[in-house]
Design a protein around this ligand. Structure first.
Ligand SMILES: [Zn+2]
Length: 505
C-alpha cells in the first residue's frame, strides 16, 4: 500500500536553469520537492519512497519563480486608467489627496487576488507589496490584502505605505501655488498619527509575519522620507531593525524630488536618510534615478538594495536610472513592476526585457551595457536580497520550492541559441505552463488552481463600478488641483540640478 504524500513532488527530466552561484544548467534533470523545499536536484535522481505526484517535464525548462521586488496591489483595478503623466501629476489621480473612504476589506481582497493571479500565471511566485491605503490604512484593509496572498498560494511581503504629513508638505513650491481654500482642504483631509500607524504595524507583524506556512511576511514602508513625519520614519526604521524586515523607501524617483531635497533639506534625499542614520542593508531604495555620485557611494556603503522599475519610469517620464554606475559602485539591484497603473500588465517579463534594453540610451560604451546574465542576477539574486528571503531565487537543495516550468517548444526558445538571452529578450511569459509556489502547484493547464478565476474577474468588474463612483468626487478635486501641480512640476523641471536622466536634459 502506498502512503499518500501530497507534499512530496518529483519533477522529472526538465531542462534546469538553477540560477545558482555556479551558473548550473542541466539539459535533463530531476527536482525532488519535500514539504515546500527542494530536497534533491540533479540528473537521474534515485528517489525512494512514495511520491505524491510525478510531473513529467521533458521539453520543459525549470527556473526559479520570478521575484517582483516592487509592487503596489492597490493599483490593480487601475490598469489603463491614465495616460503617461509626470509622477506628481500621476499621483494626484492615483492617490487623490482629498479622497473619501470606501469599504476596503473585500475590495482589497479581490483587488489583490487579481494581480496575484496574473503574476502566478506568469511564473512570478514572490512579491513585495508596498500597499497604500486611500485615505487611511486600517486593520481590515491590511487583512484583506494578506488573506488574498495566503489564499491564492503566493509568497508575499506586505508593507503599509501610508504618508502622514499634509499633502503640500511633500512637495516644493506647492504651498504657495495653492489657494487658501485648497490648503485648508488639504489640512483637514484625514491623516493618521504616528501612533495609529505604528499600531497597525504591530497588527501586521503579529498577525501576518510568518503566516501561510511562512509564505506571508511583513515589511516596512515610509512611502518616501518626505511623505512622513520624522518620528514615524525613525519608528519604522527601528521596527525594521528589531524584526529584521525590509524597509521600503521611494527615493529620487523624479527630478522634482531632487529639487525638493535641495529646497527642504539642503541636500539629496539619499544623503538626508544617510545623515539620519537610517540608510542600511534592510532598506529597499525604490527608483534611485536622480542620484549623483555621492548618493551612489552612500548607497554602496549602506548595503541597501535598489528596486529598479524601468517600465514604470518610462510610463511616467521619470528618466533612466544610472544602472551601470550603480552596479559598478557595488549597489545590488532588484526588478519590479511597480503597479498596474504604470506598468499596466503586472508582467515582470516586460520589465526584464526593458531593463536589458533601456540602458543602451545612457552609455556610448557598448561593453558597459547590461548583458542577459546581469539582468537575471538582478531578477533573482537582487530580488531575494530585497525581500530578505535568501532561500528564494535559486534551485538548490534546501531552497524554497518556487519553480516556473516553461515550454521550450515555443517561438521564444526556437531554436535554442542562448537560454539566458532568450529568457531576457524573447520570453513574454506566454511559455509558462506550470507555477509551483512553496512546493504547491498553483498554476497549470492554463488555470490558477487555488481560485475560480472567471468568478474573480467578474467580481472585480462588478466592484469597479462602485469603486469608480466612490472615487469620482476625489478625481474631480484632483482636476481642480492639477494646474497648481503642473506649475510646480514646471518650476522644478526648469532648474539645473547638475544631472541628466532624460534625453531632454
Ligand atoms: Zn512604487
Amino acid at each position: 500500500m502506498t502512503t499518500s504524500t501530497p507534499d512530496r513532488l518529483l519533477i522529472r527530466d526538465a531542462h534546469v536553469f538553477a540560477a545558482d552561484d555556479a551558473g548550473t544548467q542541466w539539459p535533463c534533470a530531476d527536482i525532488l520537492i519535500e514539504a515546500g523545499r527542494i530536497a534533491a536536484i540533479g540528473p537521474g535522481l534515485a528517489v525512494e519512497g512514495p511520491i505524491g505526484r510525478v510531473i513529467e517535464a521533458k521539453g520543459m525548462l525549470a527556473i526559479p519563480g520570478l521575484i517582483n521586488a516592487h509592487f503596489h496591489s492597490p493599483g490593480n483595478l487601475m490598469r489603463g486608467m491614465l495616460d503617461g503623466l509626470p509622477l506628481e501629476i500621476f499621483m494626484l489621480y492615483e492617490v487623490p489627496p482629498l479622497a473619501a473612504g470606501v469599504p476596503v476589506g473585500h475590495l482589497n481582497y479581490v483587488r489583490t487576488l487579481l494581480g496575484a493571479a496574473e503574476m502566478l500565471r506568469l511564473g512570478i511566485t514572490s512579491v513585495m507589496d508596498d500597499a497604500f491605503h486611500v485615505p487611511v490604512a486600517s486593520a481590515e484593509g491590511i487583512d484583506g490584502i494578506a488573506r488574498a496572498y495566503r489564499d491564492i498560494g503566493m509568497r508575499a511581503r506586505l508593507a503599509i505605505d501610508q504618508p502622514n504629513v499634509v499633502e503640500y508638505e511633500k512637495y516644493p513650491f506647492l504651498h504657495d501655488l495653492l489657494t487658501p481654500a485648497m490648503r485648508a482642504a488639504m489640512e483637514s483631509a484625514p491623516r493618521q498619527t504616528d501612533e495609529e500607524l505604528l499600531a497597525l504595524y504591530a497588527h501586521l507583524v503579529s498577525t501576518w509575519d510568518g503566516a501561510g506556512d511562512g509564505r506571508i511576511g511583513a515589511a516596512l514602508s515610509c512611502s518616501a522620507p518626505q511623505r512622513v513625519t520624522l518620528p514615524y520614519f525613525v519608528g519604522l526604521s527601528e521596527l525594521s531593525e528589531r524584526h529584521d524586515l525590509p524597509f521600503n523607501c521611494h527615493i529620487l524617483e523624479s527630478k522634482l524630488q531632487r529639487v525638493l531635497g535641495e529646497e527642504k533639506y539642503g541636500r539629496s534625499l539619499v544623503r538626508y536618510v544617510h545623515d539620519l542614520g537610517h540608510l542600511d542593508a534592510r532598506m529597499v531604495v525604490i527608483h534611485a534615478i536622480w542620484i549623483d555620485e555621492d548618493d551612489m557611494a552612500l548607497l554602496a556603503r549602506s548595503g541597501a538594495t535598489v528596486a529598479h522599475n524601468p517600465l514604470c519610469n518610462l510610463r511616467l517620464g521619470s528618466g533612466v536610472m544610472p544602472f551601470r554606475a550603480l552596479a559598478d559602485a557595488g549597489v545590488p539591484i532588484a526588478l519590479g513592476t511597480d503597479e498596474a497603473t504604470v506598468d499596466d500588465t503586472v508582467n515582470l517579463w516586460g520589465v526584464i526585457k526593458q531593463a536589458g534594453l533601456v540602458h543602451t540610451l545612457s552609455d556610448d560604451e557598448y561593453e558597459r551595457w547590461p548583458a542577459a546574465p546581469e539582468i537575471l542576477s538582478c531578477l533573482w539574486r537582487g530580488g531575494a536580497r530585497a525581500l530578505r528571503w535568501p532561500d528564494i531565487g535559486h534551485l538548490t537543495v534546501g531552497a524554497k520550492a518556487d519553480i516556473a516550468l516553461l515550454d521550450l517548444d515555443t517561438y521564444a526558445f526556437t531554436p535554442l541559441n542562448d537560454l539566458r538571452r532568450q529568457l531576457v529578450y524573447c520570453e513574454s511569459g506566454s511559455s509558462v505552463r506550470m507555477t509551483i509556489a512553496a512546493g504547491r502547484v498553483v498554476f497549470e493547464d492554463g488555470r490558477v488552481t487555488t481560485i475560480d478565476e472567471a468568478a474573480l474577474r467578474a467580481e472585480a468588474r462588478a466592484l469597479m463600478a462602485g469603486y469608480r463612483q466612490s472615487l469620482g468626487p476625489a478625481l474631480e478635486e484632483a482636476r481642480r488641483l492639477e494646474p497648481a501641480y503642473r506649475a510646480m512640476v514646471a518650476r522644478a523641471h526648469a532648474r539645473d540640478v547638475g544631472l541628466r536622466r532624460r534625453l531632454t536634459g
